[in-house]
Ligand binder design. Structure first.
Ligand SMILES: [Zn+2]
Ligand SMILES: [Zn+2]
Length: 221
């Protein structure tokens, strides 16, 4: 069985329940090759990106799993998303996620458009009813769109998968883990993609090749 790569999780440094070490350990037991810890940030707590660097270093040195420090820019004014992404990168974030226009939260309109135009962004998470134009820009800028296993955020998975496949934008499949039971196996991730209308022939690309591309681009593989 292939190994999982999950590039979107939350620890106690935002609204998650788990320490970074416990996320890593549970991910290791569920046969993950890599897990990114991408706590929510805006301008008030962007410096918290550094909180997990020591843990990441300890785990990289001692366990057979890649733990990646990241950040999820969340509910920020669209005018400062680009600035926050560059700051997070400077502070040591190796995966930059933007909290997209999910159907279940009042995310500011324009967040999807700004994120796909920001070269520092790796993944636009749960982008809800993203437009064709935004998906084309994401494709051209190499920004991945996320299929989510998270309750609520998953409601637009079918739309995101359909339009991204039509236009040729990269998809990834993340859990947006906040609690111990949220991490999933490769097999379960595949089933969720099937549920979103993705044909079997494209599942490996979404679960392995696309996240591997992001890791390579950021010097992590
Ligand atoms: Zn959260
Ligand atoms: Zn999240």
């Amino acid at each position: 069985m292939e190994k999982r790569i999950d590039l979107h999780t939350h620890s106690i440094f935002s609204d998650g329940e788990l320490l970074p070490s416990e996320i890593a350990r549970r991910a290791q037991v569920l046969d993950h090759e890599a897990v990114a810890i991408t706590d929510h940030v805006d301008a008030s707590n962007i410096n918290s990106v550094g909180n997990i660097i020591n843990t990441v270093t300890d785990i990289r040195d001692n366990w057979d799993i890649e733990v990646i420090p990241g950040a999820e820019i969340t509910h920020a004014p669209v005018e400062i998303i680009d600035k926050l992404a560059r700051q997070a990168r400077k502070l040591g974030a190796e995966i930059i996620v933007v909290h997209g226009e999910t159907l279940v939260e009042p995310v500011l309109e324009g967040t999807n458009f700004t994120a796909v135009n920001c070269p520092e962004v790796d993944i636009l998470a749960h982008p809800g009813l993203i437009t064709m134009e935004e998906v084309e820009i994401a494709r051209d800028n190499g920004i991945a769109l996320e299929i989510s296993s998270r309750r609520g955020h998953c409601l637009a998975n079918g739309h995101v998968a359909k339009i991204a496949r039509e236009i040729g934008a990269h998809l990834v499949m993340d859990t947006d883990t906040h609690a111990p039971q949220d991490l999933i196996s490769y097999e379960t991730a595949g089933k969720i993609l099937t549920g979103a209308g993705v044909p079997d022939s494209e599942i490996h690309k979404i679960l392995r090749s696309n996240p591997e591309r992001i890791l390579k681009k950021n010097g992590l593989k």
